[in-house]
Write a protein that binds this ligand. Structure first.
Ligand code: ASP
Length: 444
């Protein structure tokens, strides 16, 4: 068994000097060879209205609503102050005099956006490496992406020797990698989790620890169910479903790099490092689940439902292809496509459709000649996750009965064929009542 460990610290764990000090203590007490992945500074606890540095970097491109009217020079000053404040607070000299000037060059054409946004993790990683007295290795030299910006695991595995040559480990910034032409590309938000498991795979770690400000994953959102139970164990697939379904303590793609090699993941809390946290493990290491029990309930909202009505569409070859083409052209992800003989419903997130809805609908009208396009907005999707559901006849009855008992009507239901999840659509206004009712039905 490898004695190498990967520890990834999220933005809340590296948000200020106090949090850095906690991280340094966590690292000090672990004698193993460690590869550390750093996020950009997140929101500081107790500071009402604070910003994540990644959001401030996005604000330089007008992509952060809360800073829409803040002049660029002010935003640059805020970013500089965050990093200088942490470095000085730790008594470290890390940055060159003109280090932050590059932020003034943020271009209106967006061509440099990813490389600028990646600086949040790059600069924070450099502080952590200096504080820990270990080398800093740029993610550009480790995490390789293909020409479409997707992770290229085979190319990334070539970095194994480079990393293993650091006998005391090193610090690597999370959230980005490099494309074959040398361009930096960031992952989707929260993507440092993915960087953590990528590094764990490259160095063949015994475990990948993801440290944040919560003690693992809970069975549902504690803002809706205040005493939601913690999840101690779940499988890679269950974790992926929970994360994709809306449990935002984990990036949905986190498990992919380590699934083939069975490296376990642990979700731990920097503020309470002795808490047990959550273990994400391969199927064969997960404790048996009682058939019909669930691992958790996640949820996301709001979604729009676009209903395309055309009488004989079921016999029109290529109809679904033409409808989905309208979404592809406008770069909108389709979540679900339930339908009947004369209506096809396409469910997509309202955030993604923002500013594109009428263009998508007119493309559908042009390409598919429907008799009508119906639009329902404000749908929430609730995702009930748990392996073993497949062996329990009637398991879908439980949430449906629970919803009926609180007078919530189901607008959509979808069960994946492996029966790892059941997805239920309800009105946004019914969402919290629905989650509470389903939780109470499954969890005693
Ligand atoms: N800093 C990035 C974000 O805020 C990535 C991460 O923290 O994982 O999304």
């Amino acid at each position: 068994m490898s004695d190498i460990i990967v520890k990834k610290f999220g933005g809340s764990s590296l948000a200020d000097v106090g949090q850095f000090e906690k991280v340094l203590r966590i690292l000090e007490v672990d004698p193993r060879r460690m590869y550390i992945v750093a996020s950009a500074p997140g929101k500081r606890k107790g500071m009402e209205g604070d910003h994540k540095v990644t959001d401030l970097l996005l604000a330089l491109y007008g992509k952060y609503d809360r800073a829409k009217n803040t002049p660029k020079t002010v935003i640059v000053g805020m970013i500089r102050d965050r990093f200088l404040g942490i470095a000085q607070g730790l008594g470290l000299e890390v940055f060159e005099e003109d280090e932050f000037d590059i932020l003034h060059t943020a271009s209106d054409t967006f061509h440099d956006m990813d490389s600028i946004v990646a600086l949040g993790e790059y600069w924070n990683g450099r502080i952590l490496a200096k504080a820990r007295h270990v080398p800093f290795v740029d993610a550009k030299d480790v995490v390789k992406l293909n020409k479409d910006g997707m992770l290229d695991m085979n190319a990334t595995l070539q970095s194994r020797e480079l990393l293993l040559n650091y006998k005391d480990g090193c610090v690597i910034p999370g959230f980005y990698g490099v494309m074959p032409n040398g361009t930096v590309k960031t992952f989707t938000r929260g993507g440092s989790d993915l960087s953590g498991t990528v590094v764990a795979r490259v160095v063949g770690a015994a475990e990948c620890q993801l440290w944040s400000d919560v003690s693992g994953m809970l069975m549902t959102d504690p803002r809706i169910v205040p005493h939601a139970k913690p999840i101690r164990f779940l499988t890679y697939a269950e974790a992926g479903e929970m994360a994709y379904g809306g449990a935002n303590v984990l990036h949905p793609e986190t498990t992919f790099p380590v699934e083939e090699v069975d490296i376990p993941i642990r979700l731990l809390n920097t503020n309470q490092p002795d808490d047990e946290g959550t273990r994400i493990v391969p199927d064969h290491l997960a404790p048996e689940r009682v058939p019909g029990s669930i691992v958790g309930i996640a949820g996301r909202q709001p979604f729009a439902v676009i209903g395309v009505k055309k009488p004989s569409m079921n016999s029109e070859v290529g109809f679904i292809h033409r409808v989905s083409g309208a979404f592809v052209r406008h770069d909108v992800n389709i979540e679900h496509m339930p339908g009947g003989i004369r209506t096809l419903n396409i469910i997509a997130s309202k955030e993604q459709l923002n500013g594109k809805l009428s263009a998508v609908i007119s493309d559908i009208e042009w390409d598919c000649a429907p008799v009508e396009v119906l639009l329902h907005t404000d749908m929430a999707l609730i995702c009930i996750v748990g392996r073993g559901m497949s062996h329990t006849p009637g398991v879908a009855l439980l949430p449906l009965q629970a919803l009926a008992s609180v007078d919530v009507s189901v607008r959509m239901i979808d069960q994946d064929s492996n029966e790892l999840n059941i997805i239920i659509g309800v009105n946004v206004g019914d969402y919290e009542t629905a989650v509470r009712a389903i939780y109470a039905a499954f969890v005693t």
